[in-house]
Design a protein around this ligand. Structure first.
Ligand SMILES: Cc1cc2nc3c(=O)[nH]c(=O)nc-3n(C[C@H](O)[C@H](O)[C@H](O)COP(=O)(O)O)c2cc1C
Length: 324
């Protein structure tokens, strides 16, 4: 068959890239016992009974002969932590295994560690597939562990994030209205208020309202700041402390004043740290239910949103004298 493509090969690659995959490294042992391996995302499942999988190898691969002659090969489904390993096995070279911790599997096939899944396979069929050879193998042994997988999407590495459960809407609510359950302002506000309401309870137990708690937590990041500076650092909350708030905190023994500069007293520091510790425990509890990579993604996206919407505010850990 000599079908000529009617379309741009780059566009075709881009189109294929819209199919999101995991990333594997397939390994084998060359006839002289040299370990060989290649990064591949053409892996797929074929059959459950018998258990079979497939992948395809470019005919241009330096390892074509090794894979064609090896009776066994192993598929390693990479974890999100193994991006560097994926890059290493995606380049032609002789030193792919140098410094890599391996075990030996069936037929002396090198087995990598730290993957989501390892499958040791025996070649069942090899097919010509254009400029690739398709390997179909029977899975003889496998092991797996519950770690986050590495994902490949549109030519880039990614992490898998589960879709959130849909919030139930009030009966008759208009899903298409601009203030729907998908409105990011609503989602952020709701997440914030629900999360913060629990921290507020801790602050209240120390006799601190929202403004006072924000004031003290900013002061706990860096002591010895003026009322004006402190206000500038938490102005994004919409709360503002005035002289009266300051006097109140001093009367309750949380701060002392040196002219216009505020300092935390021992009681003030201890109380603030205890509330922050409770907030951290709450965070750990909530994020525990997310899993590591979803937590990283969530924090990363929130940081990006903060940067994108930042009108130039100072941060609590900045000196507070100048805007970012
Ligand atoms: C995410 C990703 C997926 C890849 N998938 C395949 C594949 O399925 N088949 C293939 O032949 N090459 C694939 N490659 C390219 C090979 O990894 C690369 O060409 C290979 O390591 C070349 O080494 P070799 O000549 O030593 O075999 C992929 C590369 C990356 C980064």
């Amino acid at each position: 068959m000599n079908a000529k493509t009617q379309f741009d090969p780059r566009e075709f690659r881009n189109a294929l890239g819209t199919f999101t995959t995991g990333v594997t490294i397939i390994t084998a042992s060359a006839p002289d016992g040299t370990p060989v391996g290649i990064t591949a995302n053409s892996f797929n499942s074929v059959s459950l009974d018998p258990p079979m999988v497939l992948w395809s190898l470019a005919k241009s691969s330096r390892n074509l002969e090794a894979f064609e002659t090896s009776e066994y090969w192993a598929v390693h489904i990479l974890s999100a932590e193994q991006e560097a390993l994926s890059n290493r096995f995606a380049k032609s070279g002789d030193d792919k295994f140098s410094g890599v911790d391996i075990d030996l599997g069936l037929g002396g096939v090198p087995l990598l560690n730290g993957c989501c899944t390892r499958m040791q396979c025996k070649t069942s069929f090899m097919y010509e597939g254009g400029d690739h050879i398709i390997f179909v193998g029977e899975v003889i042994e496998f092991d797996h562990q519950p770690v986050a997988p590495l994902v490949f999407q549109a030519g880039k590495y990614a992490v898998a994030t589960r879709k959130s459960a849909t919030l139930s809407m009030a009966p008759g609510a208009d899903v298409d209205s601009s203030f729907s359950e998908d409105f990011i302002g609503y989602l952020l506000a709701r997440a914030h208020f629900q999360f913060y309401s629990q921290i507020r309870q801790h602050a209240l137990s120390y006799g601190l309202n929202d403004t006072e708690y924000f004031f003290l937590s900013v002061l706990s990041v860096k002591d010895g700041r003026s009322l004006e500076k402190l206000n500038s650092l938490f102005s994004y909350t919409g709360f503002e402390a005035n002289e009266q708030v300051l006097q109140g905190l001093r009367d309750k023994g949380f701060v002392r004043l040196d002219g216009t500069t505020c300092y935390l007293t021992e009681v003030g520091r201890d109380s603030t740290l205890r509330i922050i510790a409770a907030a951290k425990a709450l965070e750990a509890d909530v994020l525990d239910r997310f899993g590591y990579w979803e937590t990283v993604s969530l924090k990363n996206l929130l940081k990006q949103l903060i940067i994108q919407t930042d009108p130039g505010l100072a941060h609590p850990w900045d000196d507070g004298t100048e805007a970012k």
